[in-house]
Ligand binder design. Structure first.
Ligand code: SAM
Length: 300
């Protein structure tokens, strides 16, 4: 029997970033599953739809069960009522398609079995980071990786482009643990120090779930990464270590004048794009729990 699956995101803040279309889907579904990080959203989902059921139990932390198996079990749980012809709404915090394996897998599998399935977007941790740290990924671009994959694959990175690393609290941990681990942060640091100076600024970022609570924006020298207070919701941001100057030959190829580019020194602010004004924003001194080193910006 054909059922229907809609995967939605609940955003990063408690309840307030839930979109109207996601709320409507949650309200009208025959069955709701959810994986969220704050108790307010959990209570709200249960009030919205009495069928709401948490997917966290599939992790079975401390048993050695691989996280991937837990995700497969979540997919099976989500698809079981879809296969009975019901309309199911599965809610994941943030954007449901950003660093969430079971959401994509459930949609793919549901479609493969002939059911109607779609994903609705939500506000992700990265979206919050752009707002809280204050930079635009348009200039000079953005590199974004999952931390374990970053160490394993060691992709070529460019020190002129901002870098975001996700899941730094579980580097190399393939089974869910009750507490985050610093075990492999040294390996992550070593990998990063092959590109950045040891005293280059790094930022541990954690978006706040509540409007009246400030986000965590902790600035420290990169070589001290393994000593930072990191948890399962921490994301690492590394600003550019040098200015990304456009190539004059390529500018000629495109027929653009360098002085017309916002990257050019005409800006006069001295700030390297991607360097995140939020770090030193004078009106928000409480946001910064460390002070940027003079090496945060390389000479122009
Ligand atoms: C499984 S992913 C989920 C991401 C989520 N779907 C999203 O859209 O942001 C978990 C990772 O997201 C990042 N993350 C989750 N909550 C965060 C928060 N409140 N602030 C900053 N990063 C967060 C961390 O890198 C964490 O390890």
């Amino acid at each position: 029997m054909n059922g229907k699956l809609t995967v939605v995101g609940t955003g990063m803040t408690a309840i307030s970033q839930l979109t109207r279309e996601a709320e409507h889907c949650l309200f009208t579904a025959d069955k709701v599953y959810y994986l969220v990080t704050d108790a307010h959203t959990e209570t709200f989902l249960k009030q919205l739809n009495a069928s709401a059921e948490c997917l966290k139990r599939h992790y079975e932390p401390g048993t050695g069960k691989p996280r991937l198996w837990a995700y497969q079990d979540m997919v099976e749980a989500i698809l079981a009522p879809v296969r009975k012809g019901l309309s199911v709404c599965a809610a994941f915090y943030g954007h449901p398609g950003v660093f969430v394996y079971p959401s994509h897998e459930a949609v793919v599998q549901a479609r493969r079995e002939g059911h109607e399935a779609k994903m609705l977007p939500g506000i992700s941790a990265e979206d919050m980071l752009f707002a809280d740290l204050g930079f635009d990924p348009a200039l000079p671009g953005l590199q974004t990786y999952e931390a374990t994959g970053f160490v394993l694959l060691k992709p070529a990175i460019d020190a002129r482009i901002p870098l975001i690393l996700w899941q730094i609290g579980v580097v190399g941990l393939l089974t869910p643990e009750p507490t985050p681990s610093r075990k492999n942060l040294e390996a992550l640091t070593d990998t990063l120090l092959q590109t950045y100076p040891s005293d280059h600024d790094a930022v541990v970022y954690q978006a706040s779930a509540y409007e009246n609570v400030a986000p965590v924006i902790h600035v420290f020298p990169l070589c001290e990464l393994a000593r930072q207070d990191i948890n399962a919701l921490s994301t690492l941001y590394i600003p550019p270590a040098m200015r990304a100057d456009p190539d004059p030959y390529r500018a000629e190829l495109l027929g653009v004048r360098l002085t017309d580019l916002s990257l050019s020194r005409r800006q006069g602010s001295g700030r390297i794009p991607g360097q995140a004004y939020g770090l030193t924003h004078p009106e928000k001194p409480g946001w910064v729990t460390g002070s940027p080193s003079p090496h945060g910006s390389a000479p122009a």
